[in-house]
Ligand binder design. Structure first.
Ligand SMILES: Nc1ncnc2c1ncn2[C@@H]1O[C@H](COP(=O)(O)OP(=O)(O)OP(=O)(O)O)[C@@H](O)[C@H]1O
Ligand SMILES: [Mg+2]
Length: 399
């Protein structure tokens, strides 16, 4: 162990240097010798010693000046320095002032010197180990942070992508049902034409059919692509865009968007007591998305006829509004009901992702609200939502 350690002896007295060098090299240390303060300081920076035995009184740069320089440099500030002083206590006080670690009084006692050198080198070795570990730790920490930042960004992007994907898929539904209705309308129209006129209109009919076919195929292709994305991700992250929000307007927009779908199945979409609700601080876009999903789900699970009703109720004592989305559709079995709002949801729908109710819950959670469901097969389903007048501070976006 000692053989790998380097001791620098700095003294202008060659006899003392030789005496120390002989003794310490016999103990297995590597010895460097310098005969002036300047030469000693030079070795400190070029030879990287593990300990210095430093004479105090030397011509030119004395031991105090050398020690002071060593302490000033961050690379050598912890390098052990043993000062070899005379018997005067002031010399030690001055040595302590400039940062010496230990002292040897001249004439030097070999055993004492060896004991002090060994003890300081032990401390130096331990310090070196800690230093290496700290450097390694700092490196790992930096690598970990970079990785974490990268993964957080990636997760954000992935969630966002899933969210947008689901939205696109939902918005394609009216396009697909609209084109289907358009096709029926056109068929009826062309069939109603008298034969001579129909003959002339054949070309227009073909063009209309081609266009409808193209729109339907493209919409279906987009839907397939988006489903792939949605299958990969289930979540929602970006900050809320809060503003005073009129829930009755949100529901009205949702109903308008889903009107075609509802009319096609003879379903009534209605609101109860929504106009009387107070405006709440909410992200209107997100609320639209939540109610769209709930109503869209209800329509899908409804036989011909039936109704979806959204009822509002103000709970001023709890500073919140309560909303119920009630349908008299086919209801859902317990295993589906209990898996709703999670990534375990099983979709019963062709082309469904099972992402919709998870998104609804994410929206309600992001507003500091709650959502629960009651459902009975053959009777219908009711989603109960609770939304605070304003999301708690902890959930509000930081500016
Ligand atoms: N109002 C409802 N009545 C009956 N069953 C429902 C109702 N709402 C949801 N479900 C059931 O819960 C399942 C999961 O709904 P969710 O919205 O999470 O996904 P999805 O509708 O299947 O797919 P996507 O949202 O991608 O269209 C639905 O497939 C359906 O079986
Ligand atoms: Mg859905």
């Amino acid at each position: 162990m000692a053989s790998s350690l380097k001791v620098l002896i700095v003294d202008d007295d060659p006899d003392i240097v030789t005496f120390l060098e002989d003794f310490l090299s016999a103990k297995g240390y590597n010895i460097l010798t310098a005969y002036s303060g300047e030469q000693g300081l030079n070795y400190v920076y070029t030879e990287d010693p593990d300990l210095i035995l430093l004479d105090v009184v030397m011509p030119g740069m004395d031991g105090y000046a050398v020690c002071r320089q060593i302490r000033l440099n961050p690379l050598t500030t912890l390098l052990p320095v043993v000062m070899m002083t005379g018997i005067h206590p002031e010399e030690r006080i001055k040595g302590i002032d400039v940062g010496a670690d230990d002292f040897l009084t001249k004439p030097i006692n070999q055993d004492e010197m060896f004991a002090r050198v060994r003890s300081l080198l032990r401390i130096k070795e331990l310090h070196d180990v800690i230093q290496t570990q700290a450097t390694q730790l700092a490196k790992w920490n930096k690598e970990l942070k970079t990785k974490l930042d990268h993964e957080t960004r990636l997760a954000d992007v992935t969630c966002m992508l899933g969210d947008i994907g689901h939205e696109v898929k939902n918005m394609l539904m009216p396009v697909l049902s609209g084109t289907e209705l358009l096709q029926t309308e056109l068929d009826e129209f062309f069939q109603s034409l008298p034969s001579p006129v129909l003959e002339k209109a054949k070309n227009s009919q073909r063009i209309c059919e081609d266009i409808i076919d193209m729109v339907t195929r493209s919409a279906q292709r987009i839907q397939d692509q988006v489903k792939e994305i949605a299958d990969c991700v289930k979540g929602l992250t970006s900050p809320l865009q809060l503003s005073p929000c009129d829930l009755s307007k949100v529901v009205e927009t949702v109903y308008k968007t889903l009107q075609v779908l509802a009319v096609k199945k003879g379903i009534t979409l209605q609101g109860e007591n929504l106009e009387s609700l107070p405006h709440i601080q909410a992200d209107e876009g997100r609320l639209f998305k939540a109610f769209y999903n709930l109503v869209n789900n209800a329509i899908a699970e409804m036989p011909q006829g039936g109704s979806v009703t959204i009822q509002g109720f103000e709970d001023s004592s709890n500073s919140c509004i309560q909303v119920a989305v009630v349908d008299n559709g086919r209801g859902m079995p317990v295993e589906i009901r209990d898996s709703l709002f999670s990534t375990r949801v099983v979709s019963r729908k062709a082309g469904g992702t099972g992402l919709g109710t998870k998104i609804v819950k994410d929206v309600i959670d992001a507003h500091g609200g709650t959502i629960t469901v009651e459902s009975e097969v053959g009777i219908g389903t009711t989603f109960h939502l609770l939304l605070p007048y304003s999301p708690p501070d902890s959930l509000q976006p930081k500016h």
